[in-house]
Design a protein around this ligand. Structure first.
Ligand code: OOB
Length: 545
């Protein structure tokens, strides 16, 4: 390994990079520049709507520039990292574009993250600021922000949205007060890291994904083309806006670059999202399978009529079962598009002209002709066509390494620069991917990823826990739920007590175990590792919350 362990970014080999640049795959344009070019083409078309208020493309451009000025006056500059954690509201897009405009690198945290995760991201990136939503009660800054301030003294600013409470002094500042005289925005280098996305993870510590302006913009343009996004697209952002699926597949950024209109839904519930679809004549939205199931359950005789503007429903993030997939056409009256993607890069889509069977039974095919896919066995050799193996991938928008994680990168990437996805797949003759399972130590809980070792590490900090293993169990609603198998000195250790313990440690709610089962010992494999397959086969009669 010739890389420093704190290397921020593993570049593509120069020969590949040169090829991507020469072929115009990487356009040499920074992300904010690409969005702002649309403002010049379609200045007065609606860009972002939230709770009855709409910003046109030119207004969005101005709002982002104002915020960029404010961020710059705070002392933030190109290359600095800032953790951005906003709910689905009207500030997310201007704040994101404001940071990108300055070349400041946003770390895209999810609203569900709490102080354990936010503190880790701040420390890993030596972040200079944390942009946070005001606490629930709106009267105080919220527990997460307070705990992050205590744990990260090097953080210079906590920017509260929309405004910090009156009695909160430094380091708290209000996003709404961030204005100031004009500044000269720097030219942003398109080969530099544009943003840091979160990895679903399968290790004890969270990993961050450095996406360059060039590679991310390419993935946006390729998505726009495959999904046929135009200035007529009206996209409803239902899933968390900081997730790669919502942000760029083609999502929010794809819609804006294509000159379309993003409508922000503060909740995925049909009672909130469906009236927005009707009001704004939304043409496309994206869901995870568990939310699709909820939409299907909620549907009534008039649902098709109410959702008549909706042409395409994208579903991805977790396995969609083919029977549920088939119901989309009749029950909701729109096209289904399966999306199999990952924040590390590769995104596959089913196409409009695929047969219904292909759309229902596969997770699509790679969006770019430059994506390279290998399906390999345990020893790393390619499997025969049509057989199941682990998917490895590389290409112009799939990273070559995680952020500051050289030791982990040596395992997560092959010598030839392929990313080991940890997904078990089969390729069809037509090149479509069928995801059949997973080899990575992760739980996919309704599309939200849990790195099992991360939670096991916390569980083992409990005074009565001697050993712990977190394992995926089938769940009717979520697809999978998390079961903790624990060896404890306390036979009365309960699920609520364990969940309370983890909550106190500041973990996001979706990472807390759904079941607990106490064992005398954890089963081990021949090489002495915890045998998670054996645990999955034990009948779960354990406690549930
Ligand atoms: C998306 O991104 P991540 O980074 O949250 O999670 C990636 C992982 C994949 O490696 C796979 O294990 C799983 O999520 N996954 C799916 C899937 N889509 C993602 N598993 C089965 N079927 C699918 N359709 O989840 C993501 C990023 C961009 C677009 C869409 C999803």
């Amino acid at each position: 390994m010739n890389q420093r362990d704190d290397a921020e970014f593993t570049p593509w080999p120069e020969s590949e990079a040169a090829r991507y640049r020469r072929a115009g795959i990487w356009r040499g344009i920074a992300l904010a520049e690409a969005v702002h070019a649309t403002a010049v083409r379609t200045p007065y078309a609606p860009a972002v709507s939230y709770r009855g208020r709409t910003l046109t493309h030119i207004e969005l451009y101005r709002r982002a520039a104002e915020l960029a000025t404010g961020f710059s006056n705070l002392g933030l500059a190109s290359g600095d990292r800032v953790v951005l954690q906003l709910a689905n509201d009207d500030l997310f897009v201007p704040a994101l574009l404001g940071l990108l405009r300055l070349g400041v690198v946003p770390v895209l945290a999810l609203p569900s993250h709490r102080h354990a995760e936010i503190t880790a991201y701040c420390r890993m990136t030596s972040a200079r600021a944390y942009i946070a939503q005001l606490g629930e009660s709106r009267a105080h800054v919220g527990e997460t922000a307070q705990r992050v301030v205590d744990a990260c003294p090097e953080l210079q600013h906590i920017v509260m949205c929309p405004a910090a409470p009156d009695d909160a002094g430094p380091p708290y500042v209000s996003l709404s007060s961030l204005v100031g005289g004009p500044v000269d925005f720097p030219a942003v280098e398109s080969g530099a890291t544009g943003l840091l996305l979160l990895s679903g993870g399968s290790t004890g510590t969270p990993k961050l994904i450095p996406r360059t302006h060039d590679d991310y913009l390419y993935s946006i343009h390729a998505s726009i083309e495959v999904c046929d996004f135009t200035h007529e697209t009206v996209y409803l952002a239902v899933l968390p806006m900081g997730h790669n699926f919502t942000l760029s597949s083609p999502g929010i950024l794809g819609t804006l670059v294509a000159g379309g209109h993003v409508v922000v839904s503060p909740s995925p519930a049909p009672s909130v999202a469906w009236p927005l679809i009707e009001e704004h004549e939304v043409t496309v939205t994206a869901l995870v399978p568990s939310l699709l199931a909820m939409w299907l359950r909620t549907s009534e005789a008039d649902t098709r009529e109410r959702l008549r503007s909706l042409r395409t429903l994208q579903v991805g993030g977790a396995r969609l079962d083919p029977d549920t997939a088939r119901q989309v056409f009749d029950t909701l009256g729109c096209q289904l598009q399966q999306v199999y993607g990952m924040a590390e890069g590769l995104v596959c889509y089913t196409r409009t002209d695929d047969s219904i069977e292909t759309i229902c039974q596969t997770q699509g095919r790679p969006m770019s002709p430059h994506d390279e896919l290998l399906v390999v066995d345990d020893l790393g050799s390619p499997v025969p066509p049509g057989h199941v193996g682990e998917l490895l991938t590389r290409g112009p928008y799939t990273i070559r390494g995680y952020y500051r994680a050289a030791a982990h990168n040596a395992e997560a990437f092959s010598d030839q620069g392929y990313y080991r996805t940890g997904d078990l797949v089969r390729l069809t003759d037509s090149g479509h991917v069928v995801v059949v399972g997973r080899s990575k130590d992760q739980i996919n809980r309704g599309g939200e990823k849990i790195a099992a070792p991360e939670i096991e590490r916390h569980l083992c900090e409990h005074t009565s826990v001697e050993a712990a293993a977190l394992v995926a169990m089938p769940d009717d609603v979520l697809g999978e739920r998390a079961c903790a198998y624990v060896v404890s000195t306390d036979p009365r250790l309960s699920l609520p007590a364990l969940r309370g313990f983890l909550r106190e440690r500041g973990l996001a709610d979706h990472k807390l175990p759904d079941d607990l089962r106490l064992l005398k010992a954890l089963p081990l494999t021949g090489v002495g590792k915890v045998d998670k397959r054996a645990l999955q086969q034990l009948n779960v009669t354990g406690e549930r919350p």
